[in-house]
Design a protein around this ligand. Structure first.
Ligand code: FES
Length: 79
């Protein structure tokens, strides 16, 4: 199914790019030029990303699902 009409990009192409390591919306835009013309496909592109297990958030923070950062707790003490 064509997701981006302006650039003729299908969901298969998006999934293939994700399988090759693309893991952000910005990278998809760079690789496939999705959502770079009218922009109406952005939500659909993000939906395909989410269905493929890639974070499609707009926060711009890179998420590393495979790595877990150590959690440190600090205890407040009275001054
Ligand atoms: S439909 Fe994707 S940029 Fe227009």
């Amino acid at each position: 199914m064509i997701v981006c009409v302006c650039k003729s990009v299908s969901d298969r192409e998006i999934r293939a790019s994700i399988a090759e390591g693309v893991d952000s919306f910005d990278e998809l835009q760079f690789e496939l030029s999705v959502a770079t013309c009218c922009g109406k496909c952005e939500e659909s592109v993000r939906d395909v990303m989410a269905q493929s297990g890639v974070c499609a958030s707009r926060c711009g923070v890179e998420h590393y699902a495979q790595q877990s950062a150590p959690v440190t707790f600090y205890q407040r003490t009275a001054a």
